[in-house]
Design a protein around this ligand. Structure first.
Ligand code: NCD
Length: 313
């Protein structure tokens, strides 16, 4: 990285807005935070003067807990908002909610929403730094950052790494952010899944498409399985005959681990065991799914730190 480089992003709306250098810089910072997490007292006072609101309009387990843990590990004051128990239920608009919250002197907002573009909209309503925790099927940048970090950890480098992403490509925000990040950092990407779940023009993002799981697993260094997003598919399994049949054709199985001994297994969670992969595959030592979760806290600490104005730990 050249010496004149400066990270000067104000928000994290998507990896599309970040250069390769920005992404690599976040990953490099995350290495230091990953070390902090291994200390007996895994805390630093970096955000002790900051107040952060987590605004979740959609269900979340990992992402919400991970953001909150990252914030608390850095000493921030944290408030949580869940749409289900808020005045959204009484008809308050998103804009009014955010302006009210902002009047409480908030420095940063983490937002997850079912509509693409909401994080961008919020940048026009308030002064706080906005972090996208998933907007519809658009982007999920912190998930991709933690995936990139994990791939770097298991493979050494992203440059030239062969990544197969398998599953519901059409409805996944994780895949969109991952493709953008992986391509910017020099990885090769093959997408695999039923034809009905792979958008026709996705190859314009610089990826290759395969409908043959064995071919992908024989080729890749990392196989990233994605959940079938039934909640975004209208009536359910209309994109393929049944979940059983999906598993038959695109589920990663014990026999694949035996046949192709080189690839590692990733999944953003939540896993549907017996659909994206056989249960024993998720628990196999070649699966780095729980490392992804641990790395998620470190990566979120890094991006929170950088967006709070920090340039050095
Ligand atoms: C993903 C999401 O919400 O987009 N999960 C996550 O953030 N870990 C993927 C999914 O829901 O399948």
């Amino acid at each position: 990285m050249d010496n004149t480089y400066r990270f000067d992003q104000k928000h994290l709306l998507g990896l599309a807005d970040y250069s390769a250098q920005d992404i690599q810089y976040v990953l490099d910072q995350a290495v230091s935070f990953r070390e902090i997490l291994n200390r007996p007292v895994p805390k630093v006072p970096t955000l002790r003067d900051k107040t952060i609101v987590n605004l979740f309009y959609e269900n979340s387990t990992r992402t919400r807990l991970s953001f909150e843990l990252a914030q608390r590990r850095m000493g921030a004051d944290v408030v949580n908002f869940s749409a289900g128990t808020s005045s959204t239920k009484k008809g308050e608009s998103l804009k009014d909610t955010i302006r009210n919250i902002s009047s409480m002197k908030i420095d940063m907002v983490v937002v997850r929403h079912e509509s693409p573009g909401v994080p961008h909209f919020l940048t026009q309503c308030v002064d706080a730094a906005i972090l996208n925790a998933g907007d519809g099927a658009h982007e999920h940048p912190t998930q991709a950052l933690l995936d990139l970090f994990t791939i770097q950890q298991v493979h050494g480098s992203l440059e030239g790494c062969k990544v197969a992403i398998i599953g519901d490509i059409m409805h996944s925000r994780v895949v969109r952010s991952n493709i953008i990040g992986l391509k910017k950092l020099g990885a090769e990407v093959v997408l695999c899944g039923p034809k009905t779940l792979i958008p026709k023009f996705i190859t314009e993002m610089g990826v290759t498409v395969s409908y043959d799981l064995d071919e992908c697993l024989a080729w890749c260094d990392v196989a990233m399985a994605l959940r079938i997003q039934l909640e975004r598919q209208g009536k359910g399994t209309e994109f393929f005959p049944s979940l059983r049949e999906y598993h038959e054709k695109f589920g990663i199985k014990a026999k694949h681990l035996e046949a192709y001994p080189q690839f590692k297994i990733m999944h953003p969670g939540p896993i549907n065991r017996g659909v994206e992969m056989e249960s024993m595959v998720a628990d196999n030592e070649r699966a780095v799914i729980l490392d992804q979760v641990t790395n998620g806290v470190a990566v979120r600490m890094a991006i929170l730190y950088l967006l709070s104005g920090g340039t050095r730990i």
